[in-house]
Structure formats: C-alpha cells, structure tokens
Ligand binder design. Structure first.
Ligand SMILES: [Zn+2]
Length: 238
C-alpha cells in the first residue's frame, strides 16, 4: 500500500515538475520574444494558415543566438534570432524558414507537447516503481542501489529518445504535406537539412540545437523524399 502511494506521489511530482518547467519556459519566451515582422516570411506563414483553414498562424522571434525553431507547450511557434540572422545574411531562404515553421506546426497539431508531458510523468512513475521493485527483491548495498538507479535512468532515457525521434519524423511528414499543399514544396525542407550542419559550424558558438535534438539529417531527408515521391506517383496516376 505504501508502495502504491509512493508511485502515485511520483506521478503527481512528475506532473507538477512538468507544469512548472512549461510555465517557466513560457515566461522566458514572453520576456525575450518579438512578433515576426518580415513581409516575405509573413506571406508564407499566411499561405500555410490559409491551407490549414486557420485565420492566422502566430510566429514570434525568440531573442537568442542559437539556431532553433520551437513549439512552446502552449502551442505558440518561435524561430530564434540566430535563425533569422542566417536568413538576413542570405544563408537560409524564406522557403527554408517556412519549412521550420511547418515542422513546428506539426509538433503542435500532432499534440507532441502533451504527449511529452504524459511520457515525462510516466517515466518518473516507472523509475520509482522499478527502483522500489528492485529494492524489494535484493537488499541492495548502497553501491548497487546507486548503479541500479543509473541503469533505470539509462533505460528510461533511451525510451524517451526513441519516442522523441518518432515525433520528429511525424512532424517532418506533417510539414511535408503542408508545404506541398501550400505550394512551397518539400525542396526547401530537404535543402535546409542539408545545410544545417555547415550553418552552425560557420557560426562557431551557435550550437545546432535544432539539429542535435533531432534524428540524423540524412535519415530525415530520405523519409521526406520517400513521401514526396509517393505523392508525385499518386498525382501521376490520378
Ligand atoms: Zn522537431
């Protein structure tokens, strides 16, 4: 009974932690962001909104130097100042930035943020339950207890990494479909993935966050091209 209560507590703790970090992130975004004002980008965002039957899609610039795009837990979309700088310098095209916005729209539309909350909470409860179960069967000396804690952490983080990679492929597929329907096409999506690596190297300190938190660019390009190929075929037949 006490163990059950411990697991319930772990679930509640996980939920509270997630809520708190989402709130803190939202506040940080509020304080450090401005409305996207670039006419060419706004035009493309408007075209995507129209395709989605939405009155508007709100995109903001997050004032940090990293090259990143993100979907906040509250559903807002942000492009970092670092990314906008690359655009202004002509290293990234407006279509390519639109593909990042489409990808983040995918995360929002597919409910990835909420799923992350569930996974985060579940992960916490699972970890607690496993440690409790292990402790019951083996009266662990502290060193083994410490080791098993790390093993459980490793297992849960591998599981989460797998889930978040799946989210990325799903968001890419959503973006590909949206970009095709909006008349932008998947070409900017794959061309951006091809150059992301060198973009971040050129800026030395600007770490390629968008790139690192995602599966390998090559695998993403392959998946997008496979989809685009299938759609082309379908159109040929129809
Ligand atoms: Zn993503």
């Amino acid at each position: 009974m006490a163990k059950f209560a411990t697991i319930i507590l772990a679930v509640l703790y996980g939920l509270a932690m997630y809520r708190f970090s989402a709130w803190r992130m939202g506040r940080q975004l509020d304080r450090n962001s401005t409305e996207l004002a670039d006419p060419a980008l706004k035009l493309l965002v408007g075209r995507m909104a129209e395709t989605l039957d939405l009155p508007a899609v709100r995109v903001q610039i997050f004032e940090i130097e990293q090259i990143n795009g993100l979907a906040a837990p509250d559903g807002r979309i942000f492009i970092t100042r670092g990314f906008i700088r690359k655009y202004r310098a002509g290293e990234v095209s407006s279509d390519e930035l639109a593909s990042v916005i489409a990808h983040e729209l995918g995360h929002v539309a597919l409910g990835h943020s909420r799923r992350r909350m569930i996974v985060f909470t579940g992960q916490n409860a699972f970890r607690t339950a496993l440690i409790l179960a292990l402790g019951r069967f083996l009266p662990f000396p502290p060193v083994l207890r410490w080791l098993s804690g790390h093993l459980v952490n490793l297992l849960t983080s591998l599981f989460t990494a797998k889930l978040s990679r799946n989210d990325e492929f799903e968001a890419d597929a959503y973006a590909a479909a949206l970009l095709v329907k909006a008349g932008i096409g998947t070409e900017p999506q794959t061309s951006l993935l091809r150059k992301l690596d060198s973009l971040s190297q050129a800026g030395s300190q600007t770490s390629p966050a968008w790139f690192l938190s995602h599966p390998s660019a090559n695998r993403r390009i392959q998946a997008i091209e496979k989809l685009a190929g299938r759609w082309d075929e379908g159109r040929g037949r129809g």
